[in-house]
Design a binder for this molecule. Structure first.
Ligand code: UT7
Length: 328
């Protein structure tokens, strides 16, 4: 069995910003309420005419640069997203063409906000078995185009962006590798966070459009409870699997949904907040993109360093959840 290392990291946030003050003019809300309840101050919005794949290409190029690798070395592209360019084909194939990657397998993976973590676990298997050597793993979302800007329960929370890792086969003597990965699904709670129509079960119609049933719907309170429960449990699971205690973890990079969720998770397994990466004030919730964006921002500002032990944890619609511990 081979081991998997993170050989490059990159991210992209669109230039356009939507502040809480902008939202005050659109729905009955306030900057203070949003900051107090979520920690979010602004979120980025994709440029007109661009798609998820355009953000991915920029994040992927940065990750390739960081890995000092050319696109020809990539064997597989996995795009974690719930907001790809098209219903078909997969956004990963659009990315393959835009990057000019030859001889790759390319597919999308939808595990909502846990998608990047799920994708890393999948990529890890392809590396471990020796099937592939270098994999581009992306989390990217174009959520602002699927939000109802009349629904203050959801529209204040989400933003757009993309983050990418290049994961590669480690040399036998390398110790900076993925140490463990865990993922779960609890579909019985799917209706707590979903888009009820616009798929194949309830296809698009004038009625769907008029009623806004294609927009994201969320039971915020229940999602909050489930997010803290599952992410804390997943962190404990990863610590047990590696026989590590929380004080051996240098940084926690959780899914960026809400600062209060992050604090509650950290608190549940007594992890200090000064070792937690939080970028939610700048990005809002970017679903599958949130972990690689937060990771890249903290890597580039010097907090995350090579050799450190880092725990990732995510929660999302599905309900999905998971955790990874890696040495960076
Ligand atoms: O990746 C996973 C995706 N989802 C999430 O992470 C969301 C998880 N849930 C949450 O983050 C929180 O539940 C929210 C931020 C969505 C809401 O916070 P909350 O503390 O659960 O607020 P609440 O729903 O209990 O509402 C409290 C009050 C209510 O007013 P009353 O009944 O106390 O008078 C709401 O009507 O705040 C009101 N309210 C708002 N006020 C201003 C609800 N939404 C807003 C708003 N602006 N946007």
């Amino acid at each position: 069995m081979f081991k998997t290392k993170i050989s490059g990291v990159g991210s992209f946030l669109p230039e356009k910003v939507l502040t809480n003050f902008d939202l005050e003019k659109m729905v009955e809300t306030s900057h203070d309420w949003i900051v107090q309840r979520t920690g979010i101050e602004r979120r980025h919005v994709i440029a007109d005419g661009e798609g998820t794949s355009d953000m991915i290409v920029r994040a992927a190029q940065k990750a390739l640069e960081d890995a000092k690798m050319s696109v020809d070395q990539i064997d597989l592209i996995i795009v974690a997203t719930l907001s790809g360019d098209f219903k078909m084909p997969a956004t990963a194939c659009v990315v393959q063409a835009k990057l000019g990657a030859k001889n790759v397998m390319a597919f999308d993976l939808n595990a909502a906000c846990s998608g990047f973590l799920y994708s890393l676990i999948v990529a890890d298997q392809f590396i471990k078995t020796g099937f592939y050597k270098n994999i581009l793993v992306v989390g990217a979302e174009n959520l602002t185009r699927i939000l109802d800007y009349k629904d203050r329960d959801t529209c204040i929370l989400f933003g757009d962006g993309a983050g990418a890792f290049i994961v590669s086969r480690a040399e036998p003597n390398e110790t900076n590798v993925i140490l463990t990965g865990h993922a779960h699904a609890e579909g019985a709670h799917a209706e707590l966070l979903w888009a009820p129509a616009g798929g194949t079960k309830v296809p698009f119609s004038q009625k769907v459009l008029d009623e806004g049933q294609h927009f994201m719907k969320m039971n915020g309170k229940e999602i909050f409870k489930n997010a803290t429960r599952t992410m804390a449990t997943c962190c404990k699971e990863a610590l047990e699997a590696t026989n590590m205690s929380a004080d051996q973890i240098d940084w926690l990079v959780p899914h960026q949904a809400n600062l209060r969720i992050t604090e509650a998770v950290a608190n549940q397994f007594k992890f200090p907040m000064d070792k937690v990466i939080s970028t939610v004030h700048e990005t809002g919730n970017t679903s599958a993109a949130s972990i690689p964006i937060a990771f890249d921002m903290a890597y580039r500002d010097g907090r995350l360093k090579r050799g450190q032990t880092i725990m990732l944890t995510a929660f999302g619609a599905g309900l999905t959840s998971g955790s990874i511990i890696l040495k960076f």
